[in-house]
Design a binder for this molecule. Structure first.
Ligand SMILES: *Cc1c(COP(=O)(O)O)cnc(C)c1O
Length: 431
C-alpha cells in the first residue's frame, strides 16, 4: 500500500540524520544511544502520521534540547531561588570544576607523592576566610552538617533548642524531624516569640548534648520578641552549635541583621554550620566551622564518610572562596542606579525592536537563603504579562515575576553580561 505518493517513504534514515551537523552538540552532550533513541521516536511519530517526514530532525532536536538540566535566566528578583538551584557558580568555580573533573590531586600531596588531606585547599581557604575558626569540615549540605553534629554530640542525649527556632527549611523538611532522626532528643524551651537565657539554663543538665541556636533564615517574627545572643548562650557550660543557614562568613553591611560565622565564633559558639550555596555563592555543601577538638570528632565519625563531598564541590568551594566575588555577592551589592541604567538601555532597544517594554524601579530580595523581609532596591524591564509563558518556553528559558498586570524582568540577579541574552529572549518570545 505504500505507493510512490506515501509520505512515509520520505522519512529520513538514521545515518543521514546522525550526519546532520545540528546533532553534533546533542551527540557530544548526551551520547549516541540517547540521540538514536530520540531519532527513533521521531521517525515513529512520522510513520504514524503525527508529524510530517520533514519534521523528524526538528522534533528529535527539540526533545534533546530539553534533556538534562537547562540553563535558566533568573529575572525573578529573588537572588537565591531553591527551584533554580540557588547560587550560580562564579566563572572561577566553573573553571575549577572543569579542572578537577578528571583525575586530580584531591587526596594527594604532589610535593611528597604521599596521601594528602582530602580537600586541603578548600579547608585552607576556609581557614583564611574565617580565622576565628580553629578548624573546618565540609559535608554535603547544611542539613548534613546538622545531622553530623547531632549524631556525634547528642545521640541518646538532649539538644536544647528554643520553640521559636524549630523551623521548616522548605519542601516539607523540618529541622526538628532531622535532628530527632539521629537519635537525639529535643528539649524545647521558651515560646514561639520569646525565649530567655534562663529558659536555656534551666533545661541544661547532665543529659545535654548541646544547645542549638538556629537562625530563622526564611521568616521573621516581629513585635514582642526576645532571643538571647550567642554570647549569652555560650556561657552555659555546654557546647553551643549555631546554625547560621545563610552562609555569610563575615558581616555584610548590606544585610546588617544577618548573622555570620566569624562573629558567632568570636562570641563563643563552639560550632557554626552554614550552607555553601546561599549567600556565600558557592556549590551546594555544608560548612562546619569551629573548635578544633569538636570538628575533629565530627570528621572522625563513620557517618562523616557518608556525608562527604566530591572533588568537584571541593574545587568549586575553594575557587569561590579565593576567587573574585561570586555572582551572588555581586548581585547582593549591585548599585540600583546601574541596574536602572541597564534596564533603560534594554527597554529602549526592545522598543526599537517593536516590543512594548519599560524600565521600572523594582524591589528584589535574597530569598529562602537568608535575610527574610529585606528589600533590595532594584530595576526591571516591564513587558506584557502574556509573555510569561513564551519566555519560560524559550531558549534559554527566562523567569521573571508577574506584578500588577505586567511581567517584570528584574535585573538584580541577572549578570550584566546576560543582558544581551535577555534581549534576544524577549524578542524571540514576541515573535
Ligand atoms: C537553608 C538552611 C538549612 C538547610 O541547608 P541546606 O544546605 O539546604 O541543607 C538549615 N538551616 C537553616 C537555618 C537554613 O537557612
Amino acid at each position: 500500500m505504500s505507493g510512490m505518493s506515501d509520505p512515509r517513504r520520505f522519512i529520513p534514515r538514521t545515518d543521514v540524520l546522525l550526519a546532520d551537523p545540528r546533532f553534533g552538540e546533542p551527540l557530544s552532550r548526551l551520547g549516541r544511544v540517547r540521540v538514536k533513541a530520540a531519532l527513533a521516536r521521531a521517525q515513529r511519530r512520522a510513520r504514524e502520521g503525527v508529524i510530517g517526514p520533514e519534521r523528524v530532525a526538528d522534533s528529535a532536536l527539540a526533545e534533546l534540547r530539553c534533556s538534562g538540566p537547562r540553563r535558566v535566566v533568573n529575572a525573578t528578583g529573588v537572588l537565591l531561588h531553591t527551584n533554580l538551584g540557588r547560587a550560580p557558580l562564579s566563572e572561577a568555580a566553573v573553571g575549577a570544576v572543569w579542572a578537577a573533573s578528571g583525575t586530580t590531586d584531591v587526596e594527594l600531596d604532589l610535593g611528597t607523592g604521599r596521601r594528602g588531606r582530602r580537600g586541603r585547599g578548600a579547608l585552607a581557604a576556609l581557614a583564611r576566610a574565617v580565622p576565628a575558626a580553629q578548624a573546618a569540615h565540609v559535608v554535603n549540605n547544611n542539613a548534613a552538617a546538622l545531622v553530623l553534629a547531632a549524631t556525634v554530640l547528642a545521640r541518646g542525649r538532649e539538644i536544647v533548642v528554643s520553640r521559636g527556632e524549630l523551623v521548616e527549611i522548605g519542601d516539607g523538611f523540618r529541622l526538628p524531624d532531622l535532628l530527632v532522626s539521629t537519635g537525639a532528643r529535643l528539649r524545647e524551651v521558651g515560646t514561639t516569640n520569646r525565649t530567655s537565657v534562663a529558659d536555656y539554663a534551666e533545661a541544661v543538665g547532665p543529659e545535654t548534648g548541646f544547645v542549638l541556636r538556629v537562625h530563622p533564615s526564611n521568616y521573621r517574627i516581629e513585635g514582642f520578641t526576645a532571643t538571647p545572643g550567642v554570647r549569652e548562650l555560650a556561657g552555659l557550660g555546654v557546647p553551643l552549635v549555631a546554625d547560621a543557614g545563610s552562609g555569610l562568613l563575615r558581616p555584610d553591611p548590606v544585610l546588617p541583621r544577618e548573622p555570620d560565622a566569624a562573629t558567632w565564633l568570636a562570641e563563643g559558639a563552639d560550632l557554626v554550620t552554614a550552607s555553601g550555596d546561599k549567600l556565600l555563592g558557592g556549590p551546594q555543601c555544608g560548612l562546619l566551622l569551629g573548635r578544633a577538638d569538636v570538628v575533629e570528632r565530627l570528621r572522625r565519625h563513620p557517618l562523616a564518610r557518608a556525608l562527604r563531598v566530591d572533588k568537584l564541590t571541593l574545587a568549586a568551594l575553594e575557587a569561590t572562596l579565593e576567587g573574585p566575588p561570586s555572582p551572588t555577592v555581586l548581585a547582593l551589592h549591585a548599585d540600583p542606579e546601574e541596574l536602572l541604567a541597564r534596564a533603560r538601555v534594554l527597554a529602549d532597544r526592545l522598543a526599537d525592536a517593536g516590543v512594548q517594554a519599560r524600565a521600572v524601579p523594582s524591589s528584589a530580595r535574597v530569598g529562602g537563603g537568608g535575610a527574610p523581609g529585606v528589600e533590595l532596591p532594584s530595576a526591571a524591564v516591564a513587558v506584557e504579562e502574556r509573555l510569561a509563558g513564551p519566555l519560560r518556553a524559550g531558549e534559554p528559558p527566562v523567569l521573571g515575576r508577574a506584578e500588577r498586570g505586567r511581567y517584570l524582568l528584574d535585573l538584580r540577579a541577572v549578570a550584566a553580561g546576560d543582558d544581551e541574552v535577555l534581549f534576544g529572549a524577549v524578542v524571540a518570545a514576541c515573535g
